[in-house]
Design a protein around this ligand. Structure first.
Ligand code: SAJ
Length: 452
């Protein structure tokens, strides 16, 4: 039998070529490093570990690393019940140590791509990951970028940094862009069964990247370049942002015309072809829809191109919290009360139903607007025990009781969590601004409900 040392030498030398890398991918002997163990990286780690790959989860957050190594999930869509066995079998190990990248045959970058304060792309996390990889590279590695970013990032930013290693792309190492398509909270579409776009930099890069993803994901869509793959993803999210903005603009117009926008959209959704239904709301939140389209806007400027649709959609969507504030003013005005010092209870601060994520949430924008009006504003969210307002002050979720409802001058439904009892909310609230048509099934006391 070979000694361990010899086996390792054999293993390492086999990895220095495309054929060697394809072989360890085929046999799932490959080691997969995932940089960024968030809502994309952690589900992906389970998806590839479950079919046999060894996974190293790299994250800068040592608390997250400790939780992962204890088999504890901090992501809504990943249960500790699923994670724990993979950790105890040693299939998933987490660490903050970037030197472990040397052991990886495949490195997947799943880091955040936020906007800066003046709404420019912040790809600093991608750069940091690329520099860490370049410092730990060896021949025979595949590096894929999954973070949503502007078309050109993989070729113009990632590749030059990795090439500092002196290795030759397409020969010694392989790169591709394969955008994540995680829909947080969606139990039907998972990492495994959501088809995945893959764009390699060279034919060898494409071959290796597609071979890797085919091992754990049902359907792979190959495209001709990383730039195409990057554009696909930004288009997907821009498509949503623009269509949500369209129905939000419709809501603003229906309000002036005395029409019920929910009835209009509901009826339009009966068209069996050529229609995709989006719903108005208090604005758009999360880490994608309010952000990704502006990556395209920023890049388009390089071509002296003005993405008017995207910017108009952003204006309309970000106006919606103001519109809800106007509805609250009208609801209080009907009772002869001003905004000032009125007691208002917001139901839901998370950016969408049944999640605890309140980043970039329109609910937070509305909360800050009403704070500014010196409203006595409280919130309840069963998924968000506490949050910080724009000034950094911590607020805690108010218990939802008949008393907390009836003692308010106005109740606003901002996030239509399934956990809410909408019958009780209507029963005990004096007046409700329903921004999600969440009380649609409640037929009595409709006079209390003001719809968006
Ligand atoms: N929203 C509306 N009206 C709608 C749909 C959504 O107001 O008709 C609001 C939501 O309440 C939320 C925001 O827009 O505040 C974004 O909702 P979302 O579900 O589009 O956003 P995410 O970021 O949770 O998930 C999306 C994915 N969603 C779907 O495809 C259904 C998808 O766009 C991306 O795969 C994912 O972001 C991502 O990570 O890019």
């Amino acid at each position: 039998m070979f000694s361990n040392t010899l086996l390792n030498e054999v293993k390492l030398s086999a990895h220095s070529s495309k054929e060697g890398l394809l072989e360890v991918i085929k046999t799932t002997e490959a080691t997969i490093a995932i940089i960024g163990m968030g809502y994309v990286g952690l589900p992906l780690a389970l998806c590839v570990a479950k079919i046999g790959f060894q996974v190293i989860g790299i994250d800068v957050n040592s608390e997250r690393v400790s939780q992962l190594n204890a088999g504890q999930s901090y992501i809504n869509d990943v249960s500790s019940k699923d994670l724990e066995p993979l950790v105890s079998e040693g299939k998933i190990k987490a660490s903050t140590d970037l030197h472990l990248l040397q052991q990886a045959d495949v490195i997947i970058i799943c880091v955040p791509t936020p906007l800066t304060k003046n709404r420019d792309p912040d790809i600093s996390y991608i750069r940091q990951a690329a520099e860490s990889i370049a410092a730990n590279m060896r021949p025979g590695q595949l590096i894929t970028l999954e973070s949503t970013t502007y078309p050109g990032t993989t070729e113009e930013v990632l590749l030059p940094i990795l090439s500092q290693s002196g290795l030759q792309v397409g020969q010694d190492f392989f790169i591709a862009h394969s955008p994540e398509r995680v829909d947080p909270g969606n139990a039907r579409y998972t990492t495994h069964n959501t088809n995945k776009v893959v764009g390699g930099y060279t034919p060898n890069c494409q071959e290796v990247a597609a071979a890797f993803y085919r091992k754990s994901i049902l359907d792979i869509i190959s495209v001709s370049s990383p730039g195409c793959a990057e554009m696909v993803k930004v288009f997907e999210n821009t498509f949503r942002a623009v269509n949500i903005a369209l129905v939000n603009e419709l809501a603003l117009l229906c309000d002036k015309m005395g029409l019920n926008v929910w009835e209009v959209v509901e009826a339009a959704s009966t068209k069996p072809f050529g229609m995709l239904t989006f719903w108005p709301g208090p604005g758009v939140g999360g880490h994608c829809i309010p952000i990704d389209p502006f990556y395209l806007t920023w890049k388009a400027r390089e071509y002296n191109f003005h993405t008017r649709f995207i910017e108009l959609a952003g204006e309309i969507n970000s106006y919606m919290p103001q519109f809800v504030r106007e509805k609250v003013m009208r609801a209080l005005g009907k009772q002869g009360k001003p905004l000032y010092h009125s007691k208002v209870l917001m139901l839901g601060i998370a950016y969408k139903r049944d999640l605890g994520d309140w980043r970039q949430s329109p609910g937070l924008d509305l909360f800050n607007l009403l704070l500014n009006d010196e409203v006595e504003i409280h919130y309840n969210d069963p998924h968000v025990p506490e949050m910080q307002d724009v000034k950094g002050k911590t607020h805690f979720s108010t218990p939802l009781t008949p008393e907390s409802l009836s003692s308010s001058d106005c109740v606003i439904i901002v996030t239509d969590h399934s956990a809410y009892n909408y019958h009780e909310i209507v029963e005990y609230s004096p007046i409700i601004v329903d921004t999600r048509n969440a009380c649609a099934q409640i037929l009595d006391q409709r006079e209390k409900i003001i719809l968006l």
